[in-house]
Design a protein around this ligand. Structure first.
Ligand code: G
Ligand code: G
Ligand code: MN
Ligand code: NA
Length: 253
């Protein structure tokens, strides 16, 4: 069986699952959101990650169906947490450029929210810098999504050919600073300077910031001092199944 047929069968057999990686408020240390990350519970190969799923899905066009499933599932899970927990937990979902280019994508998102009964402000859509370009249809879609009421975040910030202009002109709420800038912090002076500059820029533009790949207490303290608003990384948690996100937290009602 070709990999794409296998993936289609996997989708139909409910072999796809979402893992969730917690995002912490840098100042309070509270868990304030999660990022949904796709996994494939493959019958013989075990648990596969996005690198083994997304390219096949993109090539075969299955990314549209898989992306729809991801949105629906993530919204349903966010709604469950909204019912169970006292605090607001935002749900961040990665989307592919092929999804964004579907003319009805904003309606797809709105539908997923409606089916789950999830308020739009609980959902954040992550796009990468390279998706933006200067295409008017893309820019229109980002505005349509903003009108639906979801937030937009730029993922892997700093690694693409970012036109800083677009950050100002687009309805972007957050930048996610790529973990490549974080892994040698706080010791590496160049990276420290870059992260400090990105955080200062974001702050003066009124953007929220998530720094990814936080693995040590030293990085945590450094980033908090630099004014980062939120943090994500193995220091807090790796991506885990839904029922493990709050397993040892006192947040349950
Ligand atoms: O979980 P992991 O670190 O292996 O994820 C690697 C990358 O795969 C993520 O940074 C993200 O950009 C991408 N990815 C994860 N889940 C999804 C998804 O549901 N849809 C799309 N399009 N990309 C995803
Ligand atoms: O959307 P994006 O490609 O940024 O997805 C985040 C990916 O980064 C996830 O697949 C996750 O497994 C990985 N990741 C998350 N936190 C850490 C971390 O602290 N260190 C490293 N090395 N990888 C991480
Ligand atoms: Mn992401
Ligand atoms: Na990222």
């Amino acid at each position: 069986m070709t990999r794409s047929l296998e993936l289609r069968r996997g989708l139909e057999n409910n072999e796809l699952v979402l893992y969730y990686q917690p995002q912490m408020n840098a100042h309070t240390g509270d868990l304030v959101g999660v990022e949904a990350l796709l996994r494939w519970n493959h019958p013989t190969s075990g648990l596969l990650g996005p690198h083994e799923i997304i390219p096949v899905a993109e090539q075969s066009g299955l990314i549209i169906e898989i992306g729809d499933w991801v949105l629906r599932e993530a919204c349903l899970q966010a709604r469950r947490w909204q019912d169970e927990l006292d605090q607001k937990i935002t749900m961040a979902v990665n989307v592919s450029v092929r999804q964004l280019k579907m003319p009805n994508f904003a309606e797809t998102v709105q539908h997923a929210l409606a089916v789950a009964g999830l308020p739009a402000e609980y959902l954040e859509i992550e796009i990468t810098e390279s998706m933006i370009q200067d295409e008017t249809s893309m820019i229109r879609m980002l505005h349509e999504l903003r009108e639906v009421g979801v937030s937009l975040a730029i993922d892997d910030f700093g690694t693409g050919y970012s036109c800083l202009r677009s950050i100002k002109s687009l309805p972007i709420k957050r930048i996610k600073i790529d973990r490549a800038f974080v892994k040698d912090l706080p010791g590496k002076a160049d990276d420290a300077a870059l992260v400090e500059a990105m955080l200062a820029m974001a702050s003066s533009l009124g953007l929220h910031t998530t720094v990814e790949g936080v693995e040590t207490e030293e990085q945590y303290h450094f980033l908090r001092e630099m004014g980062c608003t939120d943090l994500q990384g193995f220091l807090f948690s790796k991506p885990v199944p839904a029922d493990a996100v709050f397993a040892d937290k006192a947040a349950k009602k």
